[in-house]
Design a protein around this ligand. Structure first.
Ligand SMILES: NC(=O)c1ccc[n+]([C@@H]2O[C@H](COP(=O)([O-])OP(=O)(O)OC[C@H]3O[C@@H](n4cnc5c(N)ncnc54)[C@H](OP(=O)(O)O)[C@@H]3O)[C@@H](O)[C@H]2O)c1
Length: 255
């Protein structure tokens, strides 16, 4: 079967104002998809992005919210549905994430809780709301893509809370793919070294990325194109695409 046409559908992308989320918004707009740009603190970037997307001929709106607890997630979902064309969202990208440093010995309950809340529970609550809307709308199959991390199979000893939260999201991707089929497909993209965390120089990551089989960094567009592919191939669910130059194949991805 050929890839499906997404023209006129609407996507909600969390954390979409800049960096990888922004590239995903752009790749989906290339497919004629209307975009609801969720942001937390990056208001200026979110508004600039929606203006650019509208210039390219799609509908684009912003919604603002932290995603640290369930009430915030529910409030954001209501805002998003309220501004989506026709009050309907058929594509969801769980991209927003935090990436703090901690180890098994420095890990605090607060840090662990915040990582799980933003990186795994917010996507879970959002997917449930999304799926309920799709069921009620008697609409064609809808699609979710979750952003993981290509290192989830290894031991990220300097980012323990983050690693646990992304592994939880990996498990949720498979569980929800089974639970919500056939009305909702749930897939994931696991990026490797794409952008250095904000405020960090790229040197260390550049050195690490050189150890991947393809021996270089990826670009946010590589990740975004994988998201668009999963949206367009409607025989895929429960799938993870590793966009990491082959690093995930190695026992120690960047060793
Ligand atoms: N960059 C990479 O090389 C890489 C590697 C592996 C995996 N990934 C994954 O790919 C995705 C995108 O990566 P990225 O580097 O572009 O992400 P990022 O810049 O670290 O975060 C994306 C957005 O998440 C939002 N966010 C953070 N905390 C939030 C909170 N408490 N509530 C609501 N929103 C919050 C922020 O929005 P505001 O700016 O509006 O506050 C931020 O811009 C993430 O899921 C990441 O884990 C990226």
């Amino acid at each position: 079967m050929s890839l499906i046409d997404l023209t006129g559908q609407t996507a909600l992308i969390t954390g979409a104002a800049k960096r990888v989320g922004r590239s995903i918004a752009s790749a989906l707009a290339d497919q004629g998809v209307n975009i609801v740009v969720h942001y937390n603190t990056s208001r200026g970037e979110a508004e600039a992005l929606t203006a650019q997307l509208r210039d390219r001929g799609v509908d684009a709106r912003t919604v603002q919210s932290p995603l640290d607890d369930r009430a915030q997630v529910e409030g954001m979902w209501e805002q998003a549905l309220g501004c989506a064309p026709g009050g309907r969202i058929s594509l969801l990208v769980n991209n927003a994430s935090i990436f703090p440093s901690d180890t098994l010995s420095t890990l605090s309950p607060e840090n662990l809780e915040q990582n799980l809340s933003v990186n795994a529970l917010a996507p879970l609550y959002l997917i449930r709301l999304f799926a309920a809307q799709v069921r009620n709308a008697n609409a064609p199959p809808a699609c979710v893509v979750n952003l993981l991390d290509s290192r989830i199979g290894g031991y990220m000893k300097k980012h323990v809370s983050y690693a646990l939260s992304k592994r939880m999201l990996f498990s949720l991707t498979r569980m929800l793919a089974l639970e919500l089929a056939p009305k909702v497909r749930v897939n994931a993209v696991a990026p490797g070294m794409v952008l250095a965390p904000e405020g960090e120089s790229g040197e260390t990551l550049e050195r690490l990325a050189a150890r991947a089989p393809l021996a270089r960094w990826g670009a946010p567009e590589d990740v975004a194109n994988a998201v668009a592919f999963l949206m367009r191939n409607d025989y895929l669910t429960g799938q993870v695409i590793y966009v990491d130059g082959g690093a995930f194949i190695k026992e120690d991805p960047y060793g």
